[in-house]
Write a protein that binds this ligand. Structure first.
Ligand code: PLP
Length: 405
């Protein structure tokens, strides 16, 4: 049946009214309802198309509803959906083998969200502190970083706005400024059991860690015999132009956390570590959904496809192309400080313009993100092609020019 425009509009209005009535408020959402996705695009219930340069917050690495993910889910759901965390299952073993192989780590633990993977990393570091470092428990993290929204991860995150939120905080985190090795060194004491950071702070506005700084952090951890935890939940699996951002630096973490892209949209995360830190005892860590066959099959299919199609190389090339195009825009428009690696990019705009520009672009059918009032972040699916970047730049130019006119 052909729907009239009025019928569709009525449907959307009804959905929005129902959402208002029944969904707990946590964030302001625009008056649109997303319905369908394919490749680089999503469509709302009005049939309007959006070019997606947010990718569900760096999640849809293979684009929307990729065939490999759909097929893996269909096949596994017809075989075994959930087996209980008490048992091994085939996809779990297969996926752990793939992830340890491509990352150079030895052991994998699986969870459903990035926050949980990071919680596992903190537990593992504290376990090591308890066993090998006379009970050391404190973890040094970096200001303006982001590690998730559980109570412990909010404490780890060190966002100034979260300082007093949901007090009392989880104890045992010290925050130091990014790229300040002296400050980190000064923060280490007898209680310190790990250093944890992102290599590009995504939520913090795309701030890149310096090579010398990371090398220094690696040295501090080696000197004290404590783990370096790298949170690659946003940067991992091809996004920065390498499979893992740590490969840009020539160092290795002791504990690595992955999320977002790992499931291509299916809720999944992982904590990887080395044999040295295979030290959890029975019952220390777990979860109902850890290593569940359906999520493992999804993750295996997605990660295998990212590696098979060499999407990190595409991220590198398309990222370079986007940087050139953005530099071109900056000749006519107030765009500055173009930064980031691969397809995790940001640039500054005049203070306060970020959210207005993101909203105007959304109205014009382009999804971009303003992590700060003065910044725009781009993190498209890793399958993005030049034609999509050209379209994005056209919309951006038009909307920014008209906002500034
Ligand atoms: N760590 C980083 C670097 C992130 O960017 C995020 C989410 O944005 C998280 C952790 C938390 O992941 P999740 O929202 O899946 O719990």
């Amino acid at each position: 049946m052909i729907q009239t425009e009025t019928a569709v509009t009525t449907q959307t209005t009804g959905l929005l009214a129902e959402a208002d009535k029944s969904i707990l408020f946590t964030t302001k959402r625009p008056s649109i309802v997303m319905e369908r996705g394919e490749g680089m695009f999503m469509w709302d219930t009005e049939g309007k198309r959006y070019l997606d340069f947010i990718a569900g917050w760096a999640v849809n690495a293979l684009g929307h509803s990729p065939a490999v993910l759909r097929e893996a889910l269909a096949e596994q759901s017809g075989t075994l959906v959930h087996a209980s965390p008490a048992y091994y299952n085939k996809p779990m073993i297969q996926f752990a083998e793939l992830l340890t192989h491509i990352s150079g780590m030895d052991k994998a633990f699986f969870a459903s969200s990035g926050s949980e993977a990071n919680e596992s990393a903190i537990k593992l570091a504290r376990k090591h502190g308890a066993k090998k470092m006379n009970g050391a428990y404190e973890i040094i993290t970096v200001k303006n970083g982001f590690h998730g929204r559980t109570l412990a991860m909010m404490s780890a995150t060190g966002k100034p706005e979260w300082e007093t939120l949901f007090a009392p905080k989880v104890d045992g985190f010290k925050h130091v400024p990014i790229n300040d090795l002296d400050a980190c060194f000064a923060a280490v004491n007898n209680n310190t059991c790990a250093i944890m950071l992102e290599l590009i702070q995504g939520e913090g506005g795309v701030n890149v860690v310096d090579e010398a700084y990371l090398y220094g952090l690696r040295k501090i951890c080696d000197m004290y015999g404590m783990p370096l935890i790298i949170d690659e939940i946003q940067t991992g699996l091809g996004r920065t132009g390498k499979l893992f951002a740590f490969e840009h630096y020539g160092i290795k973490p002791d504990i690595l956390t992955l999320g977002k892209a790992i499931g291509g949209g299916f809720p999944l995360s992982a904590m990887l570590t080395t044999d040295k830190y295979d030290i959890f005892e029975q019952g220390n860590q777990g979860g109902t959904y850890t290593g569940a066959p359906l999520s493992m099959a999804a993750g295996y299919a997605v990660v295998k496809e990212i590696a098979r199609s060499n999407l990190s190389r595409n991220a590198e090339l398309q990222g370079q192309y986007l940087k050139v195009k953005l530099s071109g825009l900056s000749l006519d428009l107030p765009i500055s400080n173009i930064r980031g690696k691969g397809l995790l990019l940001a640039f500054d705009v005049p203070e306060g313009l970020g959210p207005k520009l993101a909203a105007a672009c959304q109205d014009a059918g382009l999804l971009i993100n303003a992590p700060k009032p003065s910044a725009i972040r781009l993190m498209p699916p890793l399958i993005v092609a030049q034609e999509h970047s050209d379209l994005m730049i056209d919309i951006l130019r038009r909307e920014m020019s008209s906002l500034l006119a």
